[in-house]
Write a new protein. Sequence first.
Length: 75
Amino acid sequence: MEHEMKESLPKTWDKTKRVYEISYINGKKEIWKDITARECLTKYESMDPHGNGLKLREIVGKELQLLRVVDSGKK
């Protein structure tokens, strides 16, 4: 998982709710919304304990804004 450290504490200590995308080997993608970094890593590790090719990334910036606009349009 790629991220920048802005403080001396790792991101897993941060309780901010974030949005993550998990990509499966077969191309399927899943969005996890309103989840802390620690919850996300715990869930990810339980899904892929042996490193079978799942990819995890945090959705930020313009991509996150676009996702929120699309979600608000669905309501």
